[in-house]
Design a protein around this ligand. Structure first.
Ligand code: CA
Ligand code: CA
Length: 259
């Protein structure tokens, strides 16, 4: 199948849905430059590098929004596959940071996308207040078509945080929905969780990592070497686990010997 499609909205079920909603709850409450990346073990990555090298059917969740705007979210896929689809008709919530009673979403709602062929570039697009009025320019994770505004990080209107330690490694993605002078540059007007599969995540994490300084200007950010390979850190955790089990067994044996 070569057309991108999006399944029905599914509800978050704690403990069984593919992400942990509570883990990222603080991101929506602070400005981009104040997110504590080290404490959260999150890493800034380049949101324009959502390259699907290995075929995968992504999942996208509504994490939060702090917007008065009612904005649709779209996805485009180019390369091995060329298609686009609407992800959320209106990224507005009834229980989000800036809720509205008639909003269509609840925090944690998510959708399953159809398979994206390996060798495709994925981009996400918000059309600010597009549900009400289609006059504002769409803002893409690909900045090349975005308008230039007074925002110091312009034309970058999306930010991406990688969580390599999540059970399913994922990207937290946020956008700034105002281009002009009224922009507060908080980049939390809408927040999504994006699962692109472990292999694609690892490649982006290792090649498009901007580090853990939340105050950098996104417009001239440069990739930095990550301090460890994701796989080897998993190996280290396994090793630590084996040592922990061994010392526990040793202690138990000592207790038996004493008894
Ligand atoms: Ca709202
Ligand atoms: Ca904002």
């Amino acid at each position: 199948m070569s057309e991108l499609s999006v399944g029905p909205i599914q509800k978050y079920v704690e403990g069984s849905t593919w992400f942990d909603l509570t883990k990222y709850s603080r991101i929506g409450n602070v400005e981009r430059t104040s997110v504590n990346l080290v404490e959260s073990n999150l890493w800034l990555v380049d949101p324009s590098q959502l390259f699907i090298e290995e075929s995968y059917a992504p999942r996208i969740a509504f994490l939060n929004e702090g917007a008065g705007f009612q904005s649709p979210i779209d996805a485009t896929v180019t390369g091995a596959m060329n298609s686009s689809a609407r992800i959320f008709d209106n990224l507005s919530g009834t229980n989000s940071i800036l809720p509205s009673a008639n909003a269509p979403l609840s925090v944690g709602d998510w959708v399953q996308l159809s398979n994206i062929a390996g060798g495709s570039q994925l981009n996400l697009i918000v059309t600010p207040n597009g549900v009400i009025n289609n006059s504002r320019a769409p803002l893409s994770t690909d900045p090349t078509n975005n308008p230039i505004g007074s925002n110091p990080s312009s034309p970058i209107y999306w930010v991406a945080y990688a969580d390599p330690n999540a059970h399913n490694p994922l990207l937290v993605m946020g956008y700034e929905d105002i281009v002009g002078d009224r922009s507060d540059n908080d980049y939390n007007d809408g927040l999504l969780l994006v699962d692109i599969g472990r292999a694609n995540f690892n490649r982006i994490f290792e090649t498009a990592n901007f580090g853990q300084d939340a105050t950098i200007n996104l417009a001239d950010a440069q990739p930095v070497p990550v301090p460890f390979e994701v796989e080897s850190s998993m190996g280290l955790l396994l090793l630590l686990g084996i040592f922990a089990c061994r010392s526990l067994l040793f202690k138990q044996r000592q207790q038996i010997d004493v008894a």
